[in-house]
Write a protein that binds this ligand. Sequence first.
Ligand SMILES: Nc1ncnc2c1ncn2[C@@H]1O[C@H](COP(=O)(O)OP(=O)(O)OP(=O)(O)O)[C@@H](O)[C@H]1O
Length: 245
Amino acid sequence: MTDVLTVNGLSVFYGARAQAVEDVSFSVGQGRVVALLGANGAGKSSIMKAVAGLIPAVGTVTLRGADISGMPARKRVARGVVYVPEGRQIVGHMTVRENLVLGGYQLTGPRRKSRMEMVLDLFPEIAEKADRSAWRLSGGEQQMLAIGRGLMAEPRLLLLDEPSLGLAPLLVRRVFDRLGAIRQESDLSIVLVEQNLAMTIRLCDEVHFLRSGRIVGHQDAESLRDPAARQAAIDAYLGASATAA
Ligand SMILES: Nc1ncnc2c1ncn2[C@@H]1O[C@H](COP(=O)(O)OP(=O)(O)OP(=O)(O)O)[C@@H](O)[C@H]1O
């Protein structure tokens, strides 16, 4: 299996003494979904930002065998590394369609148009509201727009930071179902950061557990589908803040 992403010995520092990520290594195969799970402050977002080239890091990041460690973020986007940040960060005063155009800014007109059709087909909830200001969308719709904007950039590796954050359980399920459809239809590789273990294992193939900036466990998602195994992983790796539900 071809590895789309290989992260080797990644460390992130905020200032001289604050180390957020320590010697993290993992890989993501073609069409695979790999989750990074951990409590608040475990270092998940820092890893995603470092892979996207948004913050400096020590270690190597390899994309399809090419070392992109020193590459600026915009060049990584051009190679298909697309980060969908935590908290949506859509442009509220622009319409849904305009937000999507922003995501596909590097595409030529016809490609952007067909990509937008694909995204709006995938998320009919926002297609109905394409000419409405983004701030008027519900939280779940805003999350769909944020993911849709990421998909506009024709990602080969999608870095999804807590898509369930702040959403009601029904909406979380809807967003994850859509992500499941995307992965079935395309050969997209995804790194998913989450705290919601139950939803995560519906979608992903492998889970890395993080604590205090380090990977402390790695399991196949299949092995976590059994509720007792899931609870055991939570007890071992995530602690009291997480639930198995
Ligand atoms: N810009 C920053 N400056 C200084 N410290 C930071 C900065 N960003 C993150 N940190 C620290 O780095 C550590 C890891 O943070 P990070 O956001 O990567 O964790 P996380 O697992 O994504 O957390 P959460 O689930 O709460 O988003 C935390 O201790 C955090 O306080």
